[in-house]
Write a protein that binds this ligand. Structure first.
Ligand SMILES: *[C@@H]1O[C@H](CO)[C@@H](O)[C@H](O)[C@H]1NC(C)=O
Length: 348
């Protein structure tokens, strides 16, 4: 009797399993979009169709702006490195009025956009870097590094490294693919590295990697840098876990271990190179008061100070300002102040 019941229940089980499979298959077509292939939007960065296709959010497609319309500078678009399959491009900007007999500092700069959007040739970035070049009297190089989804992290870091090596190649006066402006005006004893948001993250990772590097780096400038971590730090909102900046990281670094505690995005993990080994002499961290990334920017500055690092560290917060205000609001007095502060950091 018990055996019979057992057989019946096994049959029933197989039957219901079969029923389930048939139902799933028949409704498969209709439900496709909602269950199996649910669309995930991480605006304004990407759209994940859930079927293996991930595209850059069309509202954020990189726009090309011509070189800056600023009489105080000259600018050209150049190829930094020509690799099989892709050209690493940059916009180089020099001040119009400077003494040609004297060399000026070099600034390698990285735009923001969570590793997947933005461009070195964007209008806001171009307008800003032209002003920095004129104000701080530097050779500005805005690097158009590769982006996700075509090129996940660490491609941008490799491009940054390639660009630094290309700058270092200008130590000798002749060689393939040297830039005449950089060769003539660039002082390779005063190389600065900086960036906005994810560009700040790239700048940090470059300086960490450049210990030693092909050229010594004088200063690191981080504007509202993009760092994350699973443990909250002071001034970091708990709601950050719902934000696009938080949700985009596993996409752009799709082969990385440890999620938001990966050493690239969380410089405070035991796996990261200790901040005390930062390969430069000066640091300026710039945060904005109304920015979810503010807490971790401050924390970065404090941790560098606490690490026993031998350099000079500085931190400035723009009151009442939002993330990347200096790109989105070029006319704002806060932007002028940021550029002045940045210039003082380079020249003092
Ligand atoms: C995924 O879905 C999108 C939108 O329907 C479509 O454009 C794309 O071709 C699909 N990709 C694959 C691999 O089926």
């Amino acid at each position: 009797m018990a055996k019979k019941i057992n057989q019946i229940s096994i049959l029933l089980f197989i039957f219901s399993l079969a029923l389930l499979v048939t139902q799933t298959c028949s409704s498969h077509h209709k439900r496709r979009k909602h269950t199996l292939n649910q669309i995930v939007k991480v605006a304004p960065y990407i759209i994940d169709y859930g079927n293996g296709t991930i595209i850059r959010d069309p509202i954020a497609t990189p726009s090309y702006s011509p070189p800056p319309n600023n009489p105080q500078v000259q600018s050209r678009d150049i190829t930094v490195v020509s690799n099989p399959g892709y050209q690493l491009r940059a916009r180089i900007i020099i001040p119009t009025r400077h003494d040609p007999a004297r060399k000026i500092p070099v600034l390698l700069y990285f735009h923001g956009g969570a590793f997947c959007i933005g461009s070195a040739f964007g209008w806001g970035d171009t307008t800003y870097l032209a002003r920095v070049s004129a104000e701080a009297n530097v050779v500005g190089i805005s690097l158009d590094y590769r982006l996700y989804p075509e090129h996940p992290v660490p491609a941008p870091y490799d491009d940054a490294w390639a660009a630094l090596n290309w700058i270092a190649a200008h130590k000798s006066s002749s060689g393939p693919n040297l830039d005449p402006w950089l060769a003539q005006y660039g002082d390779l004893n005063r190389v600065f590295v900086g960036g906005d948001s994810s560009g700040g993250n790239i700048a940090h990772n470059l300086v960490i990697r450049a210990t030693p590097g092909p050229v010594s780096i004088t200063g690191l400038f981080l504007a509202m840098p993009y760092f994350l971590g699973s443990k909250r730090v002071p001034f970091e909102p708990a709601t950050i876990i719902y934000s696009p900046n938080y949700r985009i990281w596993p996409y752009v670094c799709n082969k990385c271990e440890d999620g938001v505690d990966n050493k690239y995005i969380n410089p405070f993990t035991p796996k990261a190179v200790p901040l005390g080994r930062l390969g430069c002499k000066k640091l300026l961290v710039y945060t904005a008061e109304i920015d979810e990334l503010r807490g971790r920017g401050r924390w970065y500055y404090q941790q560098v100070k606490a690490s026993g690092w031998k350099g000079q560290a500085q931190w400035i917060e723009a009151q009442g300002q939002e993330h990347i205000f200096h790109i989105s609001k070029p006319q704002d007095p806060a932007t002028t102040k940021l550029i002045n502060d940045f210039s003082a950091f380079i020249n003092n």
